[in-house]
Write a protein that binds this ligand. Structure first.
Ligand SMILES: [Cu+2]
Length: 164
C-alpha cells in the first residue's frame, strides 16, 4: 500500500513537472531549419508547365517548398499526395517583400496562386511514392501539359524504441 502511494505521488510529481513544458509548447517556437526547394507555376512567357516538373524529397527531412507564380495568369499547385504522403507543418502566404501574411495549418493538397504571388509549404515527407501526380486543375491546363510528378524516397523516418 505504501508502495502504491509512492507510485501515485511520483505520478503526480511527473504531471506537475510536465505542466510548465506543456504551457511553453503553446508559445511560438522557432522550428528546425528546413531544406529549401523551389518550384514555379507557369513561366513569364505564359508556358503551361511547372519548373521544375519533377520534385524529389527524402523521407523524414524537413522541407520548405517555395511555390511562386511568375506567369500572367493564376495557376493551381495540386498534389493530393502531399496530404497522404507528408505531414504538413504549415503553409505561409507571403507579401511582395517576402514577409509572412498568413500561416495555415492542417492537411493541405491544393493551392491557387494569383500572378506574382508566393507561398511556402513546410512539410515532412513520410511515405515513399514514385511519380505522384502534381497538376494544375485550371480549365484545360492539365490537358495542355501543366503536369508534374513528386517522388519521395528514403528509409523510414522513425526508429523503433530501444529494446530493454
Ligand atoms: Cu495552370
Amino acid at each position: 500500500m505504501q508502495d502504491m502511494t509512492r507510485k501515485l505521488s511520483a505520478l503526480a510529481m511527473a504531471a506537475w513537472v510536465a505542466l510548465p513544458g506543456t504551457v511553453q509548447a503553446a508559445e511560438p517556437q522557432p522550428g528546425p531549419t528546413p531544406v529549401e526547394v523551389k518550384v514555379e507555376l507557369g513561366t513569364k512567357s505564359d508556358a503551361l508547365r511547372f519548373v521544375p516538373d519533377h520534385l524529389s524529397f527524402q523521407r523524414g527531412v524537413y522541407y520548405r517548398l517555395a511555390i511562386h507564380n511568375p506567369s500572367p495568369q493564376a495557376h493551381y499547385f495540386t498534389a493530393e499526395a502531399l496530404a497522404t504522403h507528408a505531414f504538413t507543418r504549415k503553409v505561409e502566404v507571403m507579401n511582395a517583400n517576402g514577409e509572412t501574411l498568413v500561416e495555415i495549418h492542417g492537411a493541405i493538397h491544393d493551392l491557387e496562386l494569383q500572378p506574382g504571388t508566393t507561398v511556402a509549404w513546410y512539410f515532412y515527407p513520410m511515405t515513399n511514392g514514385q511519380d505522384l501526380p502534381l497538376y494544375c486543375h485550371k480549365e484545360g491546363h492539365r490537358e495542355r501539359g501543366m503536369v508534374g510528378a513528386i517522388t519521395i524516397t528514403g528509409p523510414p523516418p522513425f526508429q523503433a524504441p530501444p529494446s530493454r
